[in-house]
Design a protein around this ligand. Sequence first.
Ligand code: PLP
Length: 232
Amino acid sequence: MTIATNLATVQARIDAACASAGRDAGAVRLIPVTKTHPPAAVREVVAAGYPTVGENRVQEAAAKASELADVEGLRWALIGHLQSNKVRQALEFVAEFQALDSLRLARELNRRLEAAGRRLPVLVQVNSSREETKFGLRPEDVVGFARELRTFDALDVRGLMTIAAPSPDQSVVAACFERMLAVQRALRDADGGGWHELSMGMSSDLELAIEHGATCVRVGTAIFGSRPPISR
Ligand SMILES: *Cc1c(COP(=O)(O)O)cnc(C)c1O
């Protein structure tokens, strides 16, 4: 199977899920997740019409970004935990950040963005599965966190991101997505709107995520095959 064939298969899954949820197919953005895969894989997905790719490690993404500086339209979405001391490096190439999970990080991002005279689209990561090993805010802490974010003008806060529980039990996964919807509702009540983006759904659970209102799915394995078995 080639990457292009797999991409078409994943897009067909997205289209079918949108149709059965009564949603517009254009309402869900597919971000191919290229972590552990070589720069050539990134070139392929961009050529196939998917210019935004996801990476979860700054170092790895930075190396690919410099190697792929010639690729027109390519945008890097950072979807993994970012340490404050890597913000400067990340801002050299990142077009959107989906894993905001602390005030300290928000402050550092905002400071450097303001100095550079730019804004960055960001999503707040929520630990919807409540697993201790996962990054992200606890669902009950998000509204308070959002209030603190209002002073950071360089952060263009667009919504929420989560990694659902990796469970074979659909009801466990669905419960994670339902928690996200509840958080989004609470945020909208507090803010009078906004918080449109819901980045949730990966190779194994994208249909369920779309059924629950995902606006962005992040897919690695179903496009590029399995990764080396190191936890990332
Ligand atoms: C790796 C990763 C994905 C893609 O996961 P697959 O199961 O390979 O589709 C999605 N989101 C994040 C945050 C990731 O780190």
